[in-house]
Design a protein around this ligand. Structure first.
Ligand SMILES: [Ca+2]
Ligand SMILES: [Ca+2]
Length: 227
């Protein structure tokens, strides 16, 4: 029992040390290029042949420490924006929403990601849940590697295979460890790009353009000094 309590304490201490990785307690995450979406249409009980499409997913979200209990550390997941292309880049889906993430455990480090996302193009809402799973030792926290599967909505199910990594200094486009006038200048230079923009261009929400939400995000970070 003592050893179990010690193990919990060690896991909790390790996780709490990572919990507040910025002054605000918020950590910006970016989906790794290996992230994918699987879109399944017409699953049973729907009466047509299942069709599964797989393609790349990119995007961002923000993780905010919420609270701890003896076993788990809980985070709020906000500002989720995922751009997914389940059909070879032809059909683009924008999924936006929020959720929760918890990590901890008694014996092994386990985690669970739950997301409520809105598919903007089709005006459909999905609840995603990874269930509890052991954290992949190849991607320890603060990386988050998770497969979340949605509920079935009008014969459609969406599954996301996500690998998300913290953005070290969100808004710092120049890489000098602070968000300042030079970063703003880069974003403003690219302001109005409607496609093909990258985070280095000032596309802060990674939807391919540089527009007002990107500017608002950078301004919110303006003045930040990154250790
Ligand atoms: Ca900078
Ligand atoms: Ca953008």
């Amino acid at each position: 029992m003592i050893r179990t309590a010690l193990r919990i304490a060690i896991v909790s201490a390790a996780l709490s040390g990572l919990a507040v990785s910025s002054a605000s307690g918020q950590t910006r995450y970016r989906l790794d290029g290996s992230s994918t979406i699987e879109a399944e249409f017409c699953l049973g009980p729907c009466d047509c042949a299942p069709s599964v499409r797989t393609g790349p997913a990119r995007g961002v979200f923000t993780l905010t420490f919420d609270h701890m209990d003896p076993l788990f550390t809980y985070y709020a997941v906000s500002d989720v924006q995922i751009i997914a292309s389940p059909v070879d880049g032809v059909a683009v889906m924008r999924l936006v929403g929020s959720g929760t993430y918890q990590i901890g455990g008694e014996v092994a480090v386990t985690h669970r990601l739950q997301l409520a996302l809105h598919w903007e193009e089709n005006d459909m809402d999905f609840l995603f849940d990874s269930g509890f799973g052991v954290v992949d030792p190849a991607h320890p926290f603060p990386e988050i590697s998770s497969r979340v599967e949605s509920d079935l909505v009008i014969c459609t199910q969406l599954d996301l295979n996500l690998l998300a990594t913290p953005v070290r200094c969100p808004g710092d486009l120049t890489g000098d460890g602070e968000v300042g006038i030079q970063d703003l200048a880069i974003l403003l230079h690219n302001f109005g790009l409607v496609e093909g923009a990258t985070p280095d261009d000032g596309d802060m929400d990674e939807d391919g353009d540089v527009d007002l939400p990107d500017l608002a995000y950078l301004l919110a970070q303006f003045g930040a000094q990154c250790p």
